[in-house]
Ligand binder design. Structure first.
Ligand code: SF4
Ligand code: SF4
Length: 250
């Protein structure tokens, strides 16, 4: 007999949990993410959702999905591992920043102040998870001819999407030029701008396998707390003492 579907979509429960968390005293909230590797189907919907949400340029990906082969031939299978920033509680990236452009928020999120960042890329080297990338100011439609009536009908329409400002950190960032994230380090920020308006991170809502969980680890009633307590849990490179806030389930 097939497995029964849960009565309620996990997203509905997490949305309810989120509502509770954002109405709390913010100093008592600690955001965490759990990724169930056994449920990830490797569709990359989270990767693409994140690129769109944050208007990421070529070469900048906040949430790649890594692939590996596990087992011994002929009993092998492919395993998928989404890899956002781990939001380490002891983050090596923060320690090396010479201008204090990257820091931890009260809720445990590692963030970057684009106005302070000088693009030295020390943090890219220090991060043991390769969770940071440099923004070199490229954009997808850079070399695409935008002929009126030939591709999208209107001149500049192809660029229209990329010209739309990103909303990272709750601000309106131009896509290039002075005051934009160009030239800076960039990374996942748990979609803080979405949390601020009561929405789950984009990767959580786009995950078709329902493999990504998010919430306040200080809330014992939240789904995230149940997932964190799973005996299947493990953290990447735990031996480094970085104390990741992103936990995986085997
Ligand atoms: S995963 Fe890397 S970028 Fe993220 S907090 Fe840890 S050290 Fe910093
Ligand atoms: S939390 Fe948001 S920014 Fe981070 S990987 Fe997911 S979608 Fe991207």
């Amino acid at each position: 007999m097939g497995q029964m579907l849960p009565k309620e979509d996990l997203l509905i429960r997490m949305q309810r949990d989120l509502k509770r968390a954002v109405s709390k005293d913010p100093t008592r909230v600690r955001w965490a993410m759990v990724i169930d590797v056994a449920k990830c189907v490797g569709c990359h919907a989270c990767t693409i959702g994140c690129v769109v949400e944050n208007k990421l340029p070529p070469g900048v990906v906040y949430r790649p999905v890594l692939e590996e082969e596990v087992g011994t031939y002929p009993n092998v299978r492919r395993r998928f591992l989404p890899r956002p920033c781990m939001h380490c509680m002891n983050p090596p990236c923060v320690k090396v920043c010479p201008v204090k452009a990257t820091y931890k928020t009260e809720q445990g999120v590692t963030v970057i102040n684009y106005k302070r960042c000088i693009g030295c890329r020390y943090c890219l080297v220090a991060c043991p998870y390769a969770a940071r990338t440099a923004d070199f100011g490229e954009w997808y439609t850079q070399k695409t001819p935008d002929l009126p009536g030939k591709i999208v009908g209107q001149k500049t329409s192809a660029k229209g999407y990329e010209n739309t400002p990103a909303a990272e950190y709750g601000k309106t960032w131009p896509d290039r030029g002075h005051g934009s994230p160009v030239g800076n380090a960039r990374k996942c920020h748990f979609c803080l701008h979405r949390l601020a308006v009561g929405m789950l991170p984009m990767c959580v809502t786009t995950c078709i396998g329902r493999a990504t969980f998010f919430g306040d680890r200080n809330d014992p009633e939240a789904l995230i707390s149940e997932q964190l307590a799973s005996p299947r849990s493990f953290r990447l490179k735990e031996e480094l003492g970085t104390l990741p806030s992103v936990v995986y389930l085997k």
